[in-house]
Design a binder for this molecule. Structure first.
Ligand code: GAR
Length: 200
């Protein structure tokens, strides 16, 4: 089967969604590795419970980002990983992984890019007062949330919303969108032509 590695740093709600979809046969892919830079993060416990192998590390144990990424690259190669799926992975990537997995690394971001890149995108959209925001899945390039867009899902901000209810709507959109996109990759349906990505 198609083999994915999920990179995450926090709660792991997207990791859990992907795991559940995989086990229900909806992904056409198997999660063969969790990579996490926060050994205490809740996502690690989720992986352990599910029997998913983990590569855990702490940034401060390494002089350069390239050093831990070289170790990660070995773990990925050993398991013949087809696709890297970033799910709340809060470290910037270097060419060690970006170049090796060009066209084979995706990220989910909680806004309609190119609006609100970077940290706390939901809070940024809330503070700005936009009426429509959403979720973007994109290919990863060297920049911060700059890679070609694969899919987007809009979320409306209604008058009665609070920042908390907006977060819940965004997470629901993520649960909907991310497994779909991974399943497209697993089925070989994604065509990449520069920044133009088509599916089908
Ligand atoms: C998700 O909302 C994801 O879109 C966001 O982090 C959250 C992780 O939640 N990613 C970014 O902001 C990337 N710039 P999770 O750990 O529960 O999946």
């Amino acid at each position: 089967p198609y083999r994915i590695a999920v990179f995450a740093s926090g709660q792991g709600s997207n990791f859990q969604t992907l795991l559940d979809s995989s086990r229900e046969g909806k992904l056409g892919a198997e999660i063969v590795l969790l990579v996490c830079n926060k050994p205490e993060a809740p996502v690690v416990e989720r992986a352990r419970r599910a029997g998913v192998e983990c590569f855990l590390f702490e940034k401060k144990a390494y002089a350069r980002r390239e050093d831990y990424e070289a170790e990660i690259a070995q773990e990925l190669e050993r398991r013949s990983v087809d696709l890297i799926v970033l799910a709340g992975y809060m470290l910037l990537l270097t060419p060690v992984l970006v170049d090796a997995y060009q066209g084979r690394m995706i990220n989910i971001h909680p806004s309609l890019l190119p609006s609100f890149p970077g940290k706390d995108a939901i809070g940024q959209a809330w503070e700005y007062g936009v009426k429509i925001t959403g979720v973007t899945v994109h290919l990863v390039d060297g920049g911060m949330d700059t890679g070609p867009v694969i899919a987007q899902q809009a979320v409306e901000i209604a008058p009665e919303d609070t920042v908390e209810s907006l977060e819940e709507k965004i997470h629901a959109a993520e649960r909907d969108l991310y497994p779909q996109v991974v399943s497209w990759f697993a089925a070989g349906k994604v065509r990449i032509d520069g920044r133009r990505i088509t599916v089908g």
